[in-house]
Design a binder for this molecule. Structure first.
Ligand code: S3P
Length: 162
């Protein structure tokens, strides 16, 4: 397996699981949000506020495309499935969906100040969550429920499924 992509909603633990998976698999790891921040020289929230979401999605798409030429574990942002061209790219890769219950997401992100799309009404976020669950399932080969499991345990389960 050359590349393993992790998808899931904000707060589903993609970055943490990616780190654990990189450790056990001895593969390198890329956090797409970090790659975008380094390239843009700006934090994700600043990119959103200064240039808007569509601009961020373009940077995200370019960064995703770049990863298809690399080898490693790739942790994506929760909105990676919003663009159809991204879904087409992901559909040709090995993708794991970290499925986390809505109540768990709300609990984990209750004090979050960093994520621009978390700063909206709860109903709007819940709609986004429901809408995306379908898309995550559509692009993934393996779905793993993250509730009650440690990042190390999830990483092990992913490795065993390859
Ligand atoms: C986003 C999720 C974030 C980040 C950006 C947009 C989204 O990543 O890419 O704030 O649309 O859900 P995480 O899923 O790592 O929080």
């Amino acid at each position: 397996m050359q590349r393993i992509y992790l998808v899931g909603f904000m707060g589903s633990g993609k970055s943490t699981v990616a780190k654990a998976l990189a450790k056990v698999s001895k593969m390198s790891m890329f956090d797409l949000d970090k790659v975008i921040e380094q390239k843009a020289g700006q934090r994700i929230s600043d990119i959103f506020y200064a240039h808007g979401e569509a601009f961020f999605r373009k940077l995200e798409h370019d960064a995703l495309l770049e990863t298809t030429k690399q080898t490693g574990i790739i942790s994506t942002g929760g909105g990676i499935v919003e663009r159809e061209d991204n879904r087409n790219i992901l559909s040709q890769q090995y993708v794991v969906f970290l499925e986390t219950a809505w109540t768990e997401i709300v609990e984990r992100l209750k004090d979050d100040q960093e994520r621009p799309l978390w700063h909206q009404d709860l109903e709007v976020k819940k709609q986004l969550f429901d809408h995306r669950q379908v898309l995550y399932k559509e692009v993934s080969q393996f779905v793993i429920n993250t509730t009650y499991r440690s990042p190390e345990n999830i990483a092990q389960a992913i490795l065993e499924n390859i």
